[in-house]
Design a protein around this ligand. Structure first.
Ligand code: PAF
Length: 282
């Protein structure tokens, strides 16, 4: 396992790789790795000569200082977990300084409106931070392919748009959501859930499944109201938003159309832990 903390050292390695015309896959992460990340790594290993993973808790995408402070940082155990998949993975785990120098700010982006809804609405500046770090990682690592989970579906769409708008020569690959046996979408944040909240949280996916079924016969509005009602009196889970949106534009659906595809998106607070999930509806 090669671990780089400085882009300068990584650059030398990348140069050699490019000289040999080997393909490179990148899995960008913020660490606290779980099986969902490992599935991205496995997919990258299948389709590339070499695979790199970045492990970096990116400060500019957090609008909540406390969330940034509490975000799990577990590099040693992350590396051990990676070794269970392959010893032949390149780890880039930089410091904030290595990535940002002394200017820890994000670029202001527009993503043709994809950034306004859902996460963009509730996490101020979040997608500017994501766009900034992902563009920088692409410049540093220069991957041919980059892998992102569909749990952050809006992020995936925004990264595709970033690559398109800035002519970045990277193929962005979306990978299906990985779930715990009880349906909870895997997330680094799950490790911070207190037991009673962890036990309550599969309710999120159950509700999404029920919403999907209802969407077959009912309007988006009716389904949205139904979901909001399910959370109204929930003792532990607080709904932040539930939206049924057009898969391409991410705009909330007013009237269903047969030739479009839709997805339901949800954000819920379990105590102070924010959980998100989504599901394809048709
Ligand atoms: O999805 C994540 O873990 C992060 O948003 C990403 C893409 C690694 C950027 O920091």
């Amino acid at each position: 396992m090669e671990i780089y903390h400085k882009k300068q050292n990584l650059n030398q390695f990348i140069k050699e790789l490019k000289a040999q015309k080997l393909s490179l896959g990148l899995v960008p992460t913020m660490g606290a790795l779980h099986d969902g990340h490992l599935s991205l790594i496995k997919k990258a290993l299948e389709n590339n000569d070499r695979v790199a993973i970045s492990i970096f808790v990116n400060p500019t995408q957090f609008d909540n200082k406390d969330d940034l402070k509490k975000y799990p940082r577990t590099l040693e155990s992350d590396v051990e977990l990676l070794k269970t998949v392959s010893n032949d993975i390149i780890v880039y785990a930089p410091t904030v300084e290595d990535v940002y120098g002394d200017n820890v700010t994000s670029v202001n982006y527009t993503f043709d409106g994809l950034e306004h809804a859902m996460e963009g609405k509730f996490r101020h500046g979040h997608f500017d931070g994501v766009g900034t770090i992902v563009k920088r990682l692409f410049e540093i690592v220069q991957p041919d392919n980059a892998y992102f989970g569909e749990k952050d579906f809006q992020q995936l769409m925004i990264i595709k748009k970033l690559v398109e708008k800035h002519d970045i020569p990277v193929n962005v690959v979306g990978c299906p959501i990985h779930r715990e046996k009880d349906g909870l979408a895997m997330s680094s944040r799950n490790t911070r859930l207190k037991p009673e909240y962890r036990n309550a949280s599969p309710f999120i996916y159950k509700t999404l499944l029920a919403a999907k079924e209802k969407f077959g016969t009912k309007s988006a509005n009716t389904v949205t109201e139904w979901v909001e009602k399910q959370f109204e009196n929930h003792e532990l889970l607080k709904l932040e938003y539930f939206t049924i949106a057009d898969t391409q534009t991410l705009k909330t659906v007013k009237r269903k159309s047969k030739d479009k595809t839709y997805r339901a998106f949800i954000a819920v607070y379990a105590d102070d832990i924010r959980l998100i999930d989504n599901i394809a509806l048709n």
